[in-house]
Design a protein around this ligand. Structure first.
Ligand code: UFG
Length: 339
């Protein structure tokens, strides 16, 4: 099944994209990346090639730039696309919603048009657990109804709906939409990790920057949720488990749209993550509780059994490993890739 292919990875320098590029190269695929570096560093791509011991071809471009995208498709015999390139912060999406729809929905639509123009039918799409929104269901299956509560989640759900429609019209399309829960961790080498531009929006990079002394204290957004310690519960999953699932999904694409949860089935609260990170790093992570963050929901935990049956995949790394690997990256790169 694992035939070497030429794979276009959008957002290839980003957190999940870069780890997936390492896995793809190690499995013998040729990799082309397109990234606008709005929230990623080109240094990540140097590290990817060093870790994998093989080169890739990188382009800097915005996905909505059709001419740039056409030039990439024209220059390479692309067999399949993995589409990570998108904006991904819940709170930011409540402040600049149209930017989220433009980049996430517009970018996906431009990519699909370019794929169509160049006869490429295979796609793995980054979706998100956030589309489930305000729900009391634990764990969540793929057939639970989406109820997005913020523009980021809406933009991902719109992406899935667009894919469902075009798959109905174009039966040659083979698409997997992977609904990630909350990816954490880093490559165990300490060379590749999560290095967001500016102040981190997501929990773990913020915790790691507090531990390393770059920020004073974590702001915990709400401790009055209906959860055991009052803070939100999420299903954190190691980025290498997510990366591995993309490679398997690529091998097992079938006609039409397949939707799969990528999670562990285990929920952890914000304070659980703080405690696990303190244990892994030996550093204290001071925090103060603030009000709830707009758009957040109390609990999101996956039922990952469909991914197990379709891909033969399940997550193998726990929160301790995620924190240990994230800490190794943070310690080795205290100022991120720029350091
Ligand atoms: N949180 C804090 N303080 C922070 C950051 C986050 O308390 O400084 C809390 C949030 O309120 C939430 C939890 O930590 O309860 C997790 O927040 P994240 O921002 O890390 O992640 P989200 O659950 O909001 O998920 C979003 C997207 C996912 C994506 C994930 C990681 O919905 O699709 O970010 O990128 F996987």
């Amino acid at each position: 099944m694992n035939t070497a292919r030429t794979v276009l990875v959008t957002g290839g320098a980003g957190f999940i994209g870069s780890h997936t590029c390492v896995e793809l190269l190690e499995r013998g695929h040729d990799v082309i990346t397109v990234d606008d570096h709005s929230n990623s560093s080109p240094v990540a791509l140097d590290r990817v090639q060093k870790l994998a011991g093989r080169p890739l071809t990188a382009y800097t471009a915005d996905l909505r730039d059709r001419a740039a995208l056409d030039a990439v498709f024209a220059a390479h015999p692309i067999d399949a696309v993995i589409h990570f390139g998108a904006k991904k912060a819940v709170n930011e999406s409540t402040e600049i919603p149209l930017e989220y729809f433009d980049v996430n929905v517009g970018g996906t639509s431009a990519l699909l048009r370019a794929m169509g123009a160049h006869g490429v039918h295979d796609l793995v799409f980054s979706s998100s657990c956030s589309i489930y929104g305000e729900t009391t269901r634990v764990p969540l299956t793929e057939s639970d109804p989406p109820r997005p509560t913020n523009p980021y989640a809406h933009s991902k759900w719109m992406g899935e709906q667009m894919l469902a429609d075009v798959c109905r019209l174009l039966p040659e399309l083979r698409v997997a939409a992977l609904r990630y829960f909350n990816p954490l961790g880093a490559h165990p080498s300490g060379d590749l990790g999560e290095d967001p531009t500016g102040v981190p929006n997501n929990l773990l990079p913020y915790v790691a920057q507090v531990a390393v002394g770059r920020r004073e204290r974590l702001r915990v957004f709400g401790d009055d949720y209906p959860t055991p310690d009052g803070t939100c519960v999420r299903d954190y999953i190691h980025v290498l488990d997510v990366a591995g699932a993309h490679c398997l999904a690529l091998d097992r694409l079938v006609e039409g749209l397949q939707v799969l949860n990528l999670g562990t089935g285990v929920g952890s609260s914000v304070l659980d993550v703080v405690a696990a990170f303190e244990a892994a790093s030996g550093c204290s992570v001071p925090y103060e509780v603030q009000g709830r963050r707009p758009g957040d929901v109390a609990v999101l935990v996956a039922d990952p059994s469909r991914a197990e049956s379709v891909l033969g995949w399940h997550a193998t790394r726990d929160l301790t490993a995620m924190c240990a690997d994230a800490w190794r990256f943070q310690r080795a790169n205290p100022a991120g890739y720029a350091g």
